[in-house]
Design a binder for this molecule. Structure first.
Ligand code: C2E
Ligand code: MN
Ligand code: MN
Length: 410
C-alpha cells in the first residue's frame, strides 16, 4: 500500500520577471506537471516568495520536491513541513497570487480569487498548514536584519600567535592539552575570543578522556586543567577573551573552585572579565541550587557565564526563568542545515528574540556552510563558531577563513 505524504516549502523566486512571463502560463505548467504525478495542493506567490503545499503519494511528493529544489526558478528552498497524512486535503491543484507590499488577510485574499474560495478555506482551516499559510501572507517569516550586511563579510582576520619551543615544552608537562577554536562576532566581523577544548595527551576527545575517571578525580581534573587552558591562552592572546568548559559539579564539589579559577587568572596577568565559563544546560538542572550559588560567586568575581548546547534537550526555557546567562550557545543539532529548514529557523528566531529582550548574547555552534552563516547573520545571531571558520587547533590559534561574498569554501 502506498502512503500519503505532505510537503510544505517556501522559496524565493529566482526570476522577478516571472509575473511578466505570465502567471497563468506558469501555473498552467505546474498544474499539468502535478496532475501527471497525482500531486494536489496549493501554490502561493507574493511577487517575490513562493509558499507551496504538496500532497500525494509519499514518493511522488518527494521526487517532485527534489525536482523543485533543482529548478532554477526557485532559490533558497526551505522545508517547513514534511510528514505523513491520513487523507488529501486538496482535491485538485490551485494557485494564488497576492501583491507584494499589499499583504491582505487570508480571507480577503481568497475573496479576491474567484476559484473555489470556500472549499479551500475549509480544507486549510483547522490545520497547521492554515497557520503556516497565514504566517506567510503576513510576512511573519521574513528575515529581521539587525547586524552587518553580507557585503561586509570579506575580510580575513586573525591575530595568530605561536608558542615558543620552551613554552610548548612547559605546557606539555601537563596531563592534557587544549585545542582552541575561534568564536566570531558577526557585528564587528572580528574574532571575539577562543574556546578551549580539552584533549588527551594522545589527542583523545573530551569524552574519552573523562570516561576513565571517577567522580572526585574527574571534577578535580576538570577544574585544575583550566589553569593550563588559561596559561596557554595568556601566551597566545594576552588581551583576548577565553571560554572554558566546566561540569557544573566541578564548580561546587570543590568548595574553593571560584577562588582557584581566580588565582589562575591573576597569576597569568589576565582579568576574570576575559573568561567565560560554559556549562551545558543538561548538567545544570541536576543540582540547580548548588549551581546557582556557584554562579553567583563566579559573577561576583567578574567571570561571565554561558549556557552551552542550548536546545539539545533537558532544561530548555524553564532554566532561563531562574537564571539568565551572559550568552547562550545554540546547539549544533539545531544549527545544522538551518538555511533550508523551517522548524529550525522558527526556533532560532524565537531564541534570538527572547535573548535580545533579556540582554543575553547568542552564539550559534557548529556552523559548517556559508549558507548557514548567511542565514544566521540575517536572523540577528550575534556570534558564530564552527568548522566553516576554523577547526580547533591544539596548543595554537587557527587562522580564520572568512567566506567572501557568495564564495563556496571547500
Ligand atoms: P562544546 O563545548 O559544545 O564544544 C564544541 C564541540 O563541537 C567541540 O568538540 C568542537 O570540536 C566541535 N565543533 C566545533 N565546530 C564544529 C563544527 O562546525 N562541526 C562539528 N561537527 N563539530 C564542531 P570537542 O572538542 O570534541 O568537545 C566536545 C565537548 O566536550 C564540548 O562540547 C564540551 O561540552 C566538552 N568539553 C571540552 N573540553 C572540556 C573541558 O575542559 N571540561 C569539560 N567539563 N568539558 C569539556
Ligand atoms: Mn563549549
Ligand atoms: Mn556546545
Amino acid at each position: 500500500m502506498s502512503s500519503l505524504g505532505q510537503i510544505v516549502y517556501r522559496s524565493k523566486s529566482a526570476n522577478p520577471a516571472l509575473i511578466g512571463m505570465g502567471w497563468s502560463g506558469f501555473t498552467e505548467e505546474i498544474r499539468r506537471r502535478n496532475h501527471h504525478r497525482g500531486v494536489t495542493g496549493v501554490l502561493m506567490f507574493d511577487g517575490e516568495y513562493f509558499l507551496q503545499v504538496l500532497e500525494g503519494d509519499t514518493n511522488a511528493v518527494q521526487s517532485l520536491y527534489e525536482t523543485i529544489q533543482r529548478d532554477a526558478r526557485h532559490s533558497g528552498v526551505v522545508t517547513i513541513m514534511k510528514e505523513s497524512i491520513p487523507f488529501r486535503r486538496f482535491d485538485s491543484w490551485s494557485s494564488c497570487i497576492f501583491e507584494q507590499g499589499n499583504r491582505r488577510t487570508l480571507e480577503d485574499m481568497w475573496a479576491a480569487d474567484p476559484a473555489d474560495v470556500n472549499a479551500h478555506i475549509r480544507s486549510l482551516a483547522s490545520e497547521r498548514v492554515s497557520t503556516v499559510v497565514e504566517a506567510f501572507t503576513r510576512g511573519l517569516w521574513e528575515d529581521r536584519k539587525r547586524h552587518a550586511s553580507e557585503a561586509e563579510f570579506s575580510e580575513i582576520f586573525s591575530a595568530v600567535k605561536e608558542l615558543s619551543d620552551q613554552e610548548r615544552a612547559d605546557f606539555q608537562k601537563f596531563g592534557a592539552e587544549f585545542a582552541y577554536q575561534p568564536i566570531v562576532d558577526l557585528r564587528s566581523s572580528r574574532v571575539s575570543g577562543y574556546e578551549a577544548l580539552i584533549r588527551g595527551k594522545n589527542g583523545q576527545s573530551p569524552a574519552d578522556l573523562f570516561r576513565g575517571m571517577s567522580g572526585g578525580t574527574l571534577h578535580m581534573f576538570d577544574l585544575r586543567s583550566k589553569a593550563w587552558a588559561i596559561a596557554v591562552s595568556s601566551k597566545l592572546q594576552p588581551y583576548g577573551n577565553l571560554s572554558i568548559n566546566l561540569l557544573p559539579q566541578s564548580l561546587f564539589v570543590l568548595t574553593d573552585a571560584a577562588e582557584a579559577l581566580m588565582e589562575s587568572v591573576r597569576e597569568r596577568g589576565l582579568v576574570p572579565e576575559q573568561i567565560t565559563v560554559e556549562v551545558t544546560e543538561e548538567e545544570v538542572i541536576t543540582s540547580p541550587d548548588l549551581f546557582f550559588r556557584a554562579i553567583e560567586k563566579l559573577r561576583a568575581f567578574g567571570f561571565k557565564i554561558s549556557i552551552d548546547d542550548f536546545g539539545a534537550g533537558y532544561a530548555g526555557l524553564s532554566l532561563l526563568v531562574d537564571f539568565q546567562p551572559d550568552t547562550l550557545k545554540i546547539d549544533r543539532r539545531i544549527v545544522q542545515g538551518i538555511d533550508a529548514n523551517g522548524p529550525r529557523q522558527a526556533i532560532v528566531r524565537a531564541i534570538v528574540d527572547f535573548c535580545y529582550c533579556l540582554g543575553i548574547g547568542v552564539v550559534a555552534e557548529g556552523v559548517e556552510t556559508p549558507e548557514e552563516m548567511k542565514w544566521l547573520t540575517a536572523a540577528g545571531v550575534d556570534k558564530i563558531q564552527g568548522f566553516l571558520l576554523a577547526k580547533p587547533m591544539v596548543m595554537g590559534l587557527p587562522p580564520v577563513l572568512w567566506p567572501r561574498n557568495g564564495e563556496k569554501l571547500p
